[in-house]
Design a protein around this ligand. Structure first.
Ligand code: IPM
Ligand code: MG
Length: 366
C-alpha cells in the first residue's frame, strides 16, 4: 500500500504529522512518500502542484492531504495560488465524488452552536460533486461587457454547467451510499432559477428509478441551508453540486461542534481517493501546536476503509478518537469547562495510545 503524503500549508504539516503517527501505530505495512503542495510547493518550485507531486499522487494507492492556502498568496495570479493545487488534484485524478460526513460525537453535543437536542446523534453524509459546476466550467474570465445593465463596463463571469453523465454518476454514488444507511437521499438544487439545476433535478429523478427502495426528496438550496440549522436530523444523505456542496458542508460541519472534527474523502470511479480534513489551512494558528488533528486522523480512517480495504484498522482509529473524547481531552476549538485542553501533539499522542490499546491518562475533573 503506497500512500502519498501531501501536508501543504498552514496547520497542514502539524495535523498530517499526527495522522501519520496514528497510521504508524497500526500493525500494517505502508510505504509513504511525502511531497510539497500548495504555497509550500510554490515557494520551492514556483508552482502549487509541481509535476513531481502530481506524479506521486497518480502513482499512489491513496493520498493523505493536509490543507493549502495562505493570505499572503492572494495577490498571485490565479493559476499559481495554493488552492489550484487541490483543484488540480481533483481534476487530474478525476476525484468526482466527495464524501463529507457530519457526525456529532456524543461528548461534543454541547460544543455545537445549536441547542444540544437538535444535534445529539446527528449523522449526515453530504455527497458533493467535485469536478464540475461553476468551479470548472468554461468560459470564465474578465472582459468588457457588450450588454447587461452596464454595456461597456468591465465585468467578470464564470460558467455553471453540468453534463448528463456527471450528474448520473454522482446520483448513483448517492443512492448506493443511501442503501447502506437509512435509504433516504435529499438532492439539493436551485431548479426554480437555474437551468443547470433544473437539469440536475431531472437527471437525479431519472436515475432514482433504478433505486425504488431509496426515498428521494428534492430541496432548493436556500431552504436546505435553513433546514440544516432548523432540523438537521431530518437529513441523511445529501447530494448536490460542487458549489452548493462547498457551502452546505461548512454549515453542516459547524453543527457538529467544530469544523476541526470533519474528515472527507474524494474518490474516483475506481475508489481511489484523496483524504483531507474538511477545514482549511488556518494560517492564523499555524505552528502554534493548537490545531485539532482529529479531522485528519479521521480522514486517515476513511482512507483505510475506502481505498486500502482495511475496515478493521479504520474502526480502530475511530474507536480511539471516541475514547480520547470520552477521556475528556479537547483541543482549543472543542474545549469546554470541565474538560482538559491539549495541543495538537498531545491529542496525537492520546490517539496513538488508544489505537495501541493503552488507557489514556487524563486530568479531567468531570
Ligand atoms: C473545500 C475548500 C476548497 C473548495 C478550496 C480550498 C478550493 O473550500 O475543499 O471545501 O472550495 O472546494
Ligand atoms: Mg469549502
Amino acid at each position: 500500500m503506497k500512500i502519498a503524503i501531501l501536508p501543504g500549508d498552514g496547520i497542514g504539516p502539524e495535523i498530517v504529522e499526527q495522522a501519520v503517527r496514528v497510521l504508524g501505530a497500526l500493525d500494517l505495512k505502508f510505504e509513504t512518500e511525502t511531497a510539497l503542495v500548495g504555497g509550500a510547493a510554490y515557494e520551492a518550485h514556483g508552482h502549487p502542484l509541481p509535476d513531481g507531486t502530481l506524479k506521486l499522487a497518480q502513482a499512489a494507492d491513496a493520498i493523505l492531504f493536509g490543507a493549502v492556502g495562505d493570505w499572503k498568496y492572494d495577490k498571485l495570479e490565479r493559476a499559481l495560488r495554493p488552492e489550484q493545487a487541490i483543484l488540480g488534484l481533483r481534476k487530474h485524478l478525476a476525484l468526482f465524488a466527495n464524501f463529507r460526513p457530519a457526525l456529532c460525537y456524543e461528548q461534543l453535543t454541547h460544543a455545537s452552536s445549536l441547542k444540544p437536542e437538535l444535534v445529539a446523534g446527528l449523522d449526515i453524509l453530504i455527497i458533493r460533486e467535485l469536478t464540475g459546476d461553476i468551479y470548472f466550467g468554461q468560459p470564465r474570465g474578465r472582459r468588457r461587457a457588450v450588454d447587461g445593465h452596464f454595456p461597456g463596463a468591465e465585468e467578470a463571469f464564470d460558467t455553471m454547467r453540468y453534463s448528463r453523465p456527471e450528474i448520473e454518476r454522482i446520483s448513483h454514488v448517492a443512492f448506493q451510499a443511501a442503501r447502506k444507511r437509512s435509504k433516504k437521499v435529499t438532492s439539493v438544487d436551485k431548479a426554480n432559477v437555474l437551468e443547470t439545476f433544473q437539469f440536475w433535478k431531472d437527471v437525479v429523478s431519472e436515475v432514482h428509478a433504478q433505486y425504488p427502495d431509496v426515498e428521494l426528496e428534492h430541496m432548493y438550496v436556500d431552504n436546505a441551508a435553513m433546514q440544516l440549522v432548523r432540523a438537521p436530523k431530518n437529513f441523511d444523505v445529501v447530494v448536490t453540486g460542487n458549489m452548493f456542496g462547498d457551502i452546505l458542508s461548512d454549515e453542516a460541519a459547524m453543527l457538529t461542534g467544530s469544523i476541526g472534527m470533519l474528515p472527507s474523502a474524494s474518490l474516483d470511479k475506481a475508489g481511489k481517493g484523496l483524504y483531507e480534513p474538511s477545514h482549511g489551512s488556518a494560517p492564523d494558528i499555524a505552528g502554534k501546536g493548537v490545531a485539532n488533528p482529529l479531522a485528519t486522523i479521521l480522514s486517515a480512517a476513511m482512507m483505510l476503509r475506502f481505498s486500502l480495504d482495511q475496515p478493521a484498522a479504520a474502526d480502530r482509529i475511530e474507536h480511539a478518537v471516541k475514547a480520547v473524547l470520552a477521556a475528556g481531552l479537547r483541543t482549543a476549538d472543542i474545549w469546554s469547562e470541565g474538560t482538559t485542553k491539549v495541543g495538537t501533539r498531545e491529542m496525537g499522542d492520546a490517539v496513538v495510545a488508544a489505537v495501541a490499546g493503552k488507557t489514556i491518562a487524563t486530568k479531567t475533573k468531570s
